[in-house]
Design a protein around this ligand. Sequence first.
Ligand code: 87F
Length: 606
Amino acid sequence: MGLSNRGFTQPSKIKKGLTLPRGLEDLSPLSLGILITFFFPRSKLLRRRRLTGKQQQEFGERFLLLLSKQSCFATIESQKTWLVEREKNLLMPRNPQMRSLVLDAKQMIYTNSIGKGRKKETGLGLTNTKDGNFGEWYSEVVTNGEMIEYYEISGCYILRPWTMSIWEIMQSYFDAEIKKMKIKTCYFPLFVSNTVLQKEKDHIEGFAPEVAWVTRSGDSDLEVPIAIRPTSETVMYPYFSKWIRGHRDLPLKLNQWCNVVRWEFSNPTPFIRSREFLWQEGHTAFATKEEADTEVLEILELYRRLYEEYLAVPVVKGKKSEMEKFAGGLYTTSVEAFIPNTGRGVQGATSHCLGQNFAKMFEINFEDEKGEKSMVWQNSWAYSTRTIGVMVMVHGDDKGLVLPPKVAAVQVIIVNVPFKEADTDKIKNACLETVKTLCDLGIRAEADLRENYSPGWKYSHWEMKGVPLRIEIGPRDVANNQVVVARRDNGEKVSVPMADLVKVKDLLDDVQQNMFNVAKQKRDACVEVIKTWDEFIKALGQKKLILAPWCDEEEVEKEVKTKTKGETGAAKTLCSPFDQPELPEGTLCFASGKPAKKWTYWGRSY
Ligand code: 87F
């Protein structure tokens, strides 16, 4: 990607008589002339806005020649991407005649360049494979799948509707669950003063370089710079102190849905590591530690369900080591996911018990039932848009996104397959009827009846966007009162009688379950139980998720980190799973040789 089109501004330098790149042979020079007019609205070549038919034809011919300069493209793949990228940006002329020509050419370019003939090279529309170049594959999937648009500020991304609909579904689930727990919604300001931010020193220490500051308004410097929230403990807790007086004010349980900013410097990745992201942050205060402990686990269970039941991503619930926990808190629990392709763990969400640290700093006290002054016990917990990135990484394939039905904005896409002599209206009506039946059944279904795209193009398009089920309706299906259903997860096709469309519900459930099972199988296949340092190093080299007996000493963890530091980052503890395998008496720590206290997951991580 990122191909230069500098060559296109110097038509005079083109040599004639070169062969055309594959896929473009069928385009008439006129169509191409029109296309290029819209491809490069700002190019020097097209400074003159209004072009006559002849001029367009001329441009078309030049364009063909330019395209045939194979040297512009490193590979046929890059040519393909280039064409698709341009095709996306193509503007539509208002004149109906021009419009139909452009549409015609547009479809031809797409189907010719990435359609049937080339389907096998890689997944349609993707130039990288998941196993070939994971990083490039990921960024192609999130952009071509219309989830993300890159933005001019590094580490910031535009979240497109396809992303936001997933986020909203997850939000509805989680919000409803926490409301059942009597957690109330609130909203605190984005800005935080330095004094307040610095109040809890332990907490901010280490994070300080990531805090972004506003230092100016217009031309004048602010008297005191103000920070943009990286998290809201220090924003909220002064008010907890004000609002909590007696035991009747407890528990205080708040949650806010908002954005936060952390000015990361390491390799930004859409969803996974971005400088601004969306999350929910819950902040609660209780009279007793027991209540706080209980809530930590209740929330963690909601996070597990979010990953496993909604995103179909298996996670491990566990406790973070002292080194990896949130420094301002008492203990941290998390759900940890794993990306088999990169062999990296990823912290999916965290639920912290803050103990009384913040209560001390912010004087969050209450008078208990006996009239004695007491300090509250606090929790804080969050999941962010990172969840979506994990889902894409785990399920995506060489054709693009694969969305679990439960979070897909469109669960079923219905495509009409008109044949030349067929009654196209009849087919369209069958599609619309199917949409209605499915929607009445509570399924999120839509029909793609656009006439300017071929069925093949539409299949690829919706595959790229990860829609779980595709229904194809052609003349034969109409005649037989049936539809053909194709699954995104495994490519299987089945015929379903129109009268049995309720079966689509079972199919969606099956896709959801199958996606989880497949992901779990892959994750489990990466788990390596090891006992010795040599085994550890070997497994790390094989991108495994390592489960090892550990002495639980910080010094040892530090040493492992130092010893494994390399280009791809050091290995660290991910969590100690709550679900502990048996640890036989006398088991030794893989790293220190001291008696092991617990089983812990280790690996490189995001
Ligand atoms: C970056 C800059 C400043 C993480 C930061 O996990 C402060 C911080 O406090 C910071 N990055 N953290 C820890 C966040 C802890 C906690 N906050 C509420 C959560 C859950 C939600």
